[in-house]
Design a protein around this ligand. Structure first.
Ligand SMILES: Cc1cc2nc3c(=O)[nH]c(=O)nc-3n(C[C@H](O)[C@H](O)[C@H](O)COP(=O)(O)OP(=O)(O)OC[C@H]3O[C@@H](n4cnc5c(N)ncnc54)[C@H](O)[C@@H]3O)c2cc1C
Length: 388
C-alpha cells in the first residue's frame, strides 16, 4: 500500500497551489459580490494548460487521470477560490468525457482543442424543473428534421450558461411513454447555445455568485446532426460513464473548501483573545476544529482510493459515492465550525468563512444530493430494496 503522491502529482499540487495563490481571497470576494465571472483566473489556468489535464494529448490535453484532476480542483478550492474558482473550469476539465468517449472524430477535433486552450466555454444542460433528480423524466425534446434536430424545452440551474458558447445538452428523442426502458430514448448534443432560440435567465442564488446558474427556455433551437454525441437514444448511458468521476471531483472541491475554512478558523482561534487568552485555548473551540481535521483527512483517504480505483480501471462506484458524501459533509462541517469560531465576525464577509459556508453547502445538494448517494449505497452496496 502506498499513500504517497507520485513526484508528478506533487509537482501538480505545488504548481496549482502557486498559480491559484496569485488570486487572493479579496479577488474572490469582489468577483462574488459583483456577480462577475473570474476571467483573469480562468485565463491564467487555460494559459498554464490546466484545463486539458484529463483531455487526451491528440486534442491538446495532457491525458492525465482523475487523481491529477482531483488534486487540481482540491487545490483550487483550498486556495480560497472555493466553488467560484472550481466551477469556472470544472466542466472543461472532465465534463467533456462523454464527447471524448462517444463523440465523432470531427466533433472532437472541432471542440476539444478550443476547450483546452480556454477559448471555448461550455455548460452542461441536464436538470429540468419537472424532472428533478429523476433524469429520465426530462421532456426537452429534439425532433429529427432531415440533417438537423429541432429542440424545444426548458432547463434549470445550468451553470455558466451565460458565459458559454456551447452546451452539452441532454434531450429526449423518444418520449418517455414510448420507450420500453426508461433510460432509452435520450440523446446528447454538444452544440451552440444560440441566443436567438434560447433565452437564458440567471437565477438569484445563495452563493457561488461569480459563476451564474440559469434557467433556459429553448424554443426551436436547430442542432445539426454533426453535433450529436454518439448514437441517437443512448445519451443517458453516455452520461452515466462520467458520473463517478464527477462525484470525485465535487468531493475534491468540497474537501478544498473545508481545508480553507479550517485554516482560517485555526488562524482566528490563535489570534483572537477573549477573557484574556486565545479562544483556541478553549476546548469548546479547539475540539470541533480538531474533529473537523480528522473528518477531512478520513474523507480524503476515501477520495484518494476512489480516484486510484478509477485510474486503474477498477470498479469505483461505491468509493466515488462515499467520497462525495463524506467530503461534502466534512467540508460543510468545517465551514460551519469556522464560522462559529469567528463569532460575530464569521457572519461578516471580511473573514471569508461566510463565503465558504455558502459554497460548501452547495456540495451537499449538487450535482447529486446526499440522499441520492445514500440511496445508491443502500441499494447497490448493501443490497437493500430500492426505496424509491
Ligand atoms: C448552484 C447549482 C448549480 C447547478 N448546476 C447545474 C448544471 O450546470 N447543470 C445541470 O444540469 N444541473 C445543475 N444543477 C442542478 C443540480 O444537479 C440539482 O439541483 C440536483 O441534482 C438536485 O436536483 P433537484 O434540485 O431537482 O432536486 P429534487 O429532485 O427536486 O429533490 C429535492 C430533494 O428531495 C430529495 N429527494 C428526491 N427524491 C428522493 C428520493 N427518492 N429519496 C431521497 N431523497 C429524495 C433530494 O435529495 C433533494 O434533497 C445545479 C444546482 C445548483 C443548486
Amino acid at each position: 500500500m502506498d499513500f504517497d503522491l507520485t513526484e508528478d502529482q506533487a509537482t501538480i499540487r505545488d504548481a496549482v497551489r502557486e498559480l491559484a495563490g496569485k488570486f487572493d481571497e479579496q479577488y474572490w470576494v469582489e468577483k462574488d459580490a459583483a456577480h462577475e465571472f473570474p476571467t483573469e483566473f480562468y485565463d491564467a489556468f487555460a494559459k498554464g494548460g490546466w484545463l486539458g489535464i484529463t483531455t487526451p494529448e491528440e486534442y491538446g490535453g495532457h491525458g492525465l487521470g482523475i487523481t491529477e484532476a482531483s488534486i487540481l480542483l482540491q487545490e483550487v478550492a483550498a486556495s480560497g477560490a472555493g466553488m467560484n474558482g472550481a466551477s469556472s473550469m470544472h466542466l472543461s476539465i472532465f465534463g467533456m468525457h462523454p464527447v471524448i468517449v462517444h463523440g465523432s472524430e470531427e466533433l472532437k477535433q472541432r471542440t476539444l482543442p478550443r476547450i483546452v486552450n480556454g477559448d471555448l466555454h461550455v455548460c452542461f444542460g441536464v436538470t429540468e424543473p419537472g424532472a428533478g433528480l429523476d433524469t429520465t423524466k426530462i421532456t426537452t425534446f429534439a425532433r429529427r428534421d432531415g440533417d438537423k434536430y429541432i429542440v424545444n424545452g426548458r432547463k434549470v440551474w445550468i451553470s455558466k450558461a451565460m458565459e458559454s458558447e456551447k452546451i452539452l445538452l441532454l434531450t429526449r428523442t423518444t418520449k418517455f411513454e414510448d420507450v420500453t426502458k426508461k433510460t432509452d430514448g435520450l440523446t446528447l448534443f454538444l452544440t451552440d447555445l444560440d441566443r436567438s432560440k434560447v433565452e437564458i435567465r440567471p437565477i438569484k442564488k445563495m452563493g457561488r455568485n461569480a459563476v451564474t446558474s440559469n434557467e433556459l427556455f429553448i424554443d426551436g433551437l436547430e442542432i445539426p446532426v454533426e453535433d450529436r454525441v454518439g448514437e441517437e437514444g443512448k445519451g443517458f448511458k453516455y452520461i452515466l460513464d462520467g458520473l463517478n468521476p464527477e462525484r470525485m471531483l465535487v468531493a475534491s472541491e468540497a474537501l478544498g473548501i473545508g481545508r480553507a475554512a479550517l485554516h482560517r478558523a485555526t488562524q482566528y482561534a490563535t489570534d483572537r483573545e477573549v477573557f484574556g487568552r486565545p479562544i483556541g485555548m478553549n476546548q469548546g473551540i479547539q475540539f470541533p476544529l480538531a474533529d473537523s481535521l480528522a473528518h477531512l483527512d478520513a474523507a480524503e483517504l476515501v477520495l484518494r482510493k476512489a480516484t486510484w480505483l478509477y485510474d486503474n480501471g477498477r470498479p469505483c462506484a461505491r468509493e466515488a459515492n462515499m467520497a462525495k458524501y463524506l467530503c461534502a459533509d466534512a467540508g460543510f462541517q468545517a465551514a460551519d465550525r469556522a464560522l462559529q469560531t469567528h463569532g460575530g465576525m464569521g457572519y461578516s464577509e471580511e473573514y471569508h468563512v461566510a463565503r465558504y459556508f455558502r459554497e460548501a453547502r452547495l456540495t451537499r445538494i449538487a450535482p447529486l444530493s446526499q440522499e441520492m448517494v445514500l440511496n445508491y449505497l443502500g441499494e447497490h452496496v448493501l443490497g437493500l430494496p430500492r426505496s424509491y
